[in-house]
Design a protein around this ligand. Structure first.
Ligand SMILES: [Zn+2]
Ligand SMILES: [Zn+2]
Length: 389
């Protein structure tokens, strides 16, 4: 193993206690998306102490940050941190480990000093993954312009280098009809709830004609005030998911058509409420994944097969559409522990989480080192990225 990589391993081991403490502090102070003031504060303090130049509130997002070390002209590698918690169940997605692993990888590279090949390492703090779309705002704000490759990890019950992520569009349908007494004058009414129910029926028919990995799921958010009033207003929210960007937007159009048809059938007017936190699908980059896997193998980390049928979504997908990006899954919980569960929340501060955190910091730092040291690797990653467009 090269001297640089040996030193990365030593640097992470030297920082192990600090990194675990950072992870526990974030875990024990769960903050929801865009409110992660403490977590962003602790992470930027830590990175500044490791020699990073820290910018807080990047892209106008208060709890976002970018911490940079630069060793001369060369490529820019971004390592992403998430640190938002879930309502009610705290760090049940283990973002405390993501944050500490990202900061640890950055710190290990900063510790290399003269040995670090020329270029730039940026640790980017990305708030509000759990629905708020922090990375969507950072992408729009230009934070990833000039970044050549990005990586982050996510806690899981196994080490899995690649997991596909579905893109997700969130869309609201608001139907307006006309109120009337439901028994005395029902013929005077225009039933907005019927329009919502018809939308669900239309979507149910659509479902048979979509590809297996697509997902459409909705809830009724307004269904009327009382059974004896024909509802004059009713509304629903749908999530539309698909594995490819064009497929996602095509399916979205078909779901909107379901609501339009329902409005027509019932005589209601329809307002389509587009939400601006669309998470794009993950664009795979095998070149970066293989570089990560090679460093996993160096550390003797086991690799579990890819999960093909249990797919979620994340705003890291948006990053993957503008720059070659990977988000490998790291074992921090016992086999079979589902994320967003109380058991996963407990696991995120267990000895297993410490192990995963330190190993992930090492593998990310080693992979970032490779990307700076071997220009050919980055070229291949970019060629693959361009071809996959
Ligand atoms: Zn989550
Ligand atoms: Zn998560």
């Amino acid at each position: 193993m090269s001297a640089g990589k040996d030193d990365i391993i030593k640097a992470v081991d030297r920082l192990a206690t600090d990194l675990e403490r950072l992870s526990h502090k974030i875990h024990d102070n769960p903050e929801l998306g865009y409110q992660e003031v403490k977590a962003a504060g602790w992470l930027t303090e830590f990175l500044a102490a490791q020699g990073f130049k820290v910018e807080r509130g990047v892209a106008g997002v208060e709890t976002a940050f970018r911490a940079t070390i630069e060793t001369g002209e060369g490529p820019t590698i971004a390592i992403l941190c998430e640190y938002d918690a879930l309502p009610g169940i705290g760090h049940a997605c283990g973002h405390n480990v993501i944050a500490a692993a990202g900061a640890g990888a950055g710190a290990a590279l900063a510790a290399l000093k003269q040995q670090l090949p020329r270029g730039r390492i940026q640790v980017v703090g990305t708030p509000a993954e759990e629905g708020g779309g922090g990375k969507v705002r950072l992408v729009h704000g230009g934070v990833f312009k000039g970044v050549d490759a990005a990586m982050m990890i996510h806690g899981w019950d196994k080490w899995i280098p690649q997991q596909d992520l579905l893109g997700i569009v969130r869309v609201g349908f608001e139907f307006t009809g006309q109120a009337a007494h439901a028994s005395a004058d029902p013929w005077e009414g225009v039933n907005a709830l019927d329009a919502v129910i018809q939308t669900f029926n239309n979507v149910s028919m659509l479902r048979q004609q979509v590809r297996p990995q697509c997902r459409i799921h909705g809830i009724i958010t307004h269904g009327g005030a009382a059974p004896n009033i024909i509802p004059e207003f009713a509304a629903a929210t749908f999530y539309v998911r698909a594995p490819k960007l064009d497929e996602m937007w095509a399916l979205h159009r078909r779901v909107v058509a379901c609501a339009e048809g329902a409005a027509k059938a019932t005589g209601c007017t329809l307002k389509v409420v587009e939400q601006d936190n669309t998470y794009e699908p993950m664009r795979r980059n095998q070149t970066l994944l293989d570089a990560f896997r090679a460093n996993m193998a160096r550390l003797g980390l086991p690799e579990a097969p890819e999960v093909k049928d249990r797919l979620g979504s994340s705003d890291v997908g948006n990053v993957s559409q503008v720059v070659p990006t990977i988000q490998p899954l790291v074992k921090i919980a016992p086999d079979g522990t589902p994320i967003h569960s109380r058991a996963f929340e407990a696991a995120a501060v267990s000895p297993l989480a410490r192990e995963g955190l330190l190993a992930a910091a090492k593998v990310m730092a080693m992979t970032a080192f490779d990307l700076l040291a071997e220009p050919g690797l980055l070229t291949r990653a970019h060629q693959e990225f361009a071809a996959a467009k």
